[in-house]
Design a protein around this ligand. Structure first.
Ligand code: NDP
Length: 318
């Protein structure tokens, strides 16, 4: 795999064009596991540091606090790019899902609405992850991603989402979706970092005009990307933070990148996009081939192998 296959993104480029024509800042702030009492300030710090892209989700249970940070910043709405996601139990009621998120965020529309997982969960009251009696997730097997996508398409016409996309979608799921989609997804948000580059999937998405977005780009505290000797070596040579190296690598291969932090000095340093040389890009491209350096942190790999590769085996708890 060579970096030459990626679109030629000039180092330092800070935005990309979606297939809708909209401009999206490459670098955003992630908000998963950002507690209410910290995320308002984190959003304010990020926006003050020049970040204009926020990654949110109904499932993160903190959209009200994120919305407060947006409001406190006084930045005009049209200068922000806000993403949120439809949770698994909302596949049969997508509009209700976005209405809740919009109300919580205090917004009239989102710039990008994603389907959080390609598989639907059965609704059981307000349970976020309804379980079957055997302890496995209560998947709504009769609901297809394609059917949920149709409801997403309707929201664009209603103006509630400027662009729509998916998350955790593998190539087989995407191929299946493209067979019936009237609107080609604008983005697919997937786990990606130097220990899980997803080269093939990223290149496939780019070939279809679908902008990939990397979640857990720093390894989510579970893959030791920021302690890797190659990342540390490159960071040291540039007088940069290891996180800045992991972030710049995504940006320069044309992938949106949404590191999460609630720590002021990290948010500020993460917001500064550094430049990597072709040689450095290539070294990071190859890292995952080293023993022990291929790590997926988000399990099960929803959509990556799930339906098409029979994961998980029947009866296995997930
Ligand atoms: P990240 O890879 O962004 O890592 C976050 C962790 O890294 C936190 O512990 C944070 O700590 C720490 N960190 C941040 N900056 C630095 C730094 N400069 N140096 C050292 N450590 C640092 O993990 P996430 O899993 O949170 O992924 C990012 C975002 O992607 C999420 O917040 C969410 O918005 C999205 N996401 C989407 C998913 C999906 O299914 N679509 C799944 C998972 C994530 P601290 O906050 O204490 O500073």
């Amino acid at each position: 795999m060579t970096s030459a296959k990626y679109p030629s993104i000039k180092a330092g480029t800070d935005s990309l064009k979606l297939n809708t024509g909209a401009t999206v800042p490459i670098l955003g702030l992630g908000t998963w596991r950002s507690p209410d009492e910290q995320v308002t300030k984190a959003v304010e710090v990020a926006l003050k540091a020049g970040i204009r892209h926020l990654d949110c989700a109904f499932a993160y249970d903190n959209e009200v606090a994120v919305g407060k940070g947006i409001k406190n910043s006084n930045i005009p709405r049209d200068q922000l790019f806000v993403t949120t996601k439809i949770w698994g139990t909302f596949h049969r009621r997508v509009e209700e899902g976005i209405d809740i998120s919009l109300q919580r965020l205090g917004l009239d529309y989102v710039d990008l609405l994603l389907i959080h997982w390609p598989v639907a969960l059965r609704q059981k009251g307000d349970e976020k992850i309804p379980l079957r009696e055997d302890g496995s997730r209560d998947l709504d097997d009769e609901r297809t991603l394609n059917e949920t996508w149709k409801e997403m398409e309707a929201l664009v016409a209603k103006g509630k989402a400027r662009a729509i996309g998916v998350s955790n979608v593998s190539k087989p799921f995407m191929e299946d979706l493209l067979k019936t989609a009237k609107i080609v997804p604008a983005s697919n948000q997937i786990e990606a970092h130097p220990f899980l580059p997803e080269h093939d999937l990223v290149l496939y998405l780019q070939s279809k005009g679908i902008t990939p977005a990397a979640y857990s780009p720093l390894g989510s505290g579970a893959a030791p990307v920021l302690e890797d000797e190659t990342i540390l070596k490159i960071a040291k040579a540039k007088g940069a933070e290891p996180a800045q190296v992991a972030i710049a690598w995504q940006a320069q291969r044309g992938v949106l990148v949404i590191p999460k932090s609630v720590t002021e000095h990290r948010i500020i340093s993460n917001a500064k996009l550094i430049s990597l040389t072709d040689q450095e890009m290539q070294e990071i491209n190859e890292l995952h081939k080293q023993p022990g350096k291929h790590i997926r942190t988000c399990m099960p790999p929803w959509g990556v192998d799930f339906k098409f590769d029979n994961y998980p085996p029947p009866g296995q708890k997930v």
